[in-house]
Design a protein around this ligand. Structure first.
Ligand code: TXA
Ligand code: MG
Length: 343
């Protein structure tokens, strides 16, 4: 199969809509990351998504809608707290876990009694959902285990020959996947941090809880609230280590480790901020120092670049976990198997 990459136009949207209605898959730009979209009401389309990604069958897909009016048939109830979050943060980078209705196939929800629903901010995403005329199930458009794609080109790298079409909506503004929030209980629980931050949720609801696995690895045999937490994610080939502490100490520790590893024959790269002095050592930029949003937009591309360059060791500067920084540290932490040096 030849994979076409087309700009978002009336024609390409019509083509995308037709492919989705016929049970096929299309690369969908969103404000977070590119998604691998298929008809959320079609069990066969869902199976094709799992196959194209190489995704374990027990990891559920999230369902994208273009307006809140499309939600009632997809869920059994919408708790009050969820309604408030929808009003405050949709359209936007937030997925709400809700009790699922029967029309959502078990393949989409991976057998769970709940479904994740998202109303994206991206105009292109919503136009594609409208063109399809059905809700679109879309996991991130990477092959399973790879960093999520933040450009159409990244998605093509992973999906070339596997799907007929990717709509190119340009680079993703947020750069990390949506916040996944379990809104089925009394207190909302952030299962995966993203652009809608714990601070923002707390501001609206007066309370929030963050799942302990957001910043810690799983123990053997442990049960998780979100299947995606179980899987190795975002991991580059390079052994990845995070350095956290005062900026000067972090820079000094990274430089020392870099030099020792290079002398021992490793291929080393630093994921570090602009303006931090790493001398002539290889650095992949995370953007402006202190900007967690810059790091969010650049992290997945940086992890892909490590692999392209054939690096064997990556030394990363941590970011503060305030705001979207928590999402950055969750993704960086998982890429590093939570190997964090406190200096
Ligand atoms: O920003 C995003 O969310 C992107 C774009 C394309 O919208 N999509 C995305 O999908 O990141 P995916 O499948 O890569 O990540 C969805 C996460 C997974 O970790 C999955 O385990 C979790 O959400 N999830 C989905 N349904 C769930 C459910 N019913 N209960 C708990 N976790 C769920
Ligand atoms: Mg994913």
């Amino acid at each position: 199969m030849k994979t076409q990459v087309l700009p978002v136009t009336a024609q390409s949207l019509a083509m995308a809509g037709r492919i989705i209605r016929e049970g096929g898959l299309v690369g969908m730009p969103t404000e977070t990351v590119y998604g691998l979209g298929g008809n959320a009401l079609d069990a066969q389309a869902a199976l094709r998504i799992f196959e194209a990604k190489g995704r374990p069958a027990d990891n559920p897909l999230i369902v994208h809608v273009a307006s809140v009016d499309e939600i009632p048939p997809l869920v059994r109830t919408v708790p009050q707290a969820a309604k408030k979050l929808m009003e405050a943060f949709w359209p936007g980078p937030m997925t709400l876990i809700l009790p699922k209705a029967d029309c959502i196939p078990g393949t989409v929800s991976a057998g769970l009694d709940t479904v994740g629903i998202r109303l994206p901010q991206s105009e292109a995403a919503r136009a594609m959902i409208r063109a399809a005329g059905v809700p679109i199930a879309a996991p991130s458009g990477n092959r399973s285990g790879r960093p999520s794609p933040t450009t159409a080109q990244h998605m093509l790298e992973d999906m070339d020959g596997r799907i007929p079409l990717i709509l190119d909506g340009g680079p993703c503004a947020v750069g990390v996947e949506s916040s996944v929030i379990d809104a089925t209980g009394e207190v909302p629980v952030i299962l995966r941090p993203g652009g809608v931050t714990p601070e923002m949720v707390e501001h609206v609801l007066g309370r929030v809880s963050v799942d302990e696995h957001v910043m810690s690895p799983l123990r053997e045999g442990e049960i998780v609230r979100s299947p995606g937490m179980k899987y190795r994610h975002y991991a580059p080939q390079a052994k990845t280590v995070i350095y956290e502490g005062g900026t000067d100490r972090v820079i000094a520790a990274i430089c020392a480790r870099y030099d020792a590893a290079t002398a021992a024959g490793e291929r080393v790269a630093i994921l570090g901020f602009d303006g931090h002095d790493f001398g002539a050592r290889t650095r992949i930029s995370l953007g402006h120092a202190g900007s967690a949003q810059d790091a969010a937009s650049r992290l997945f591309a940086a992890l892909r670049e490590l692999d392209e360059r054939g690096e064997t060791l990556a030394l990363c500067e941590a970011v503060d976990t305030a705001g979207i920084g928590l999402a950055v540290m969750n993704r960086m932490g998982r890429a590093a198997a939570f190997d964090i040096e406190h200096v």
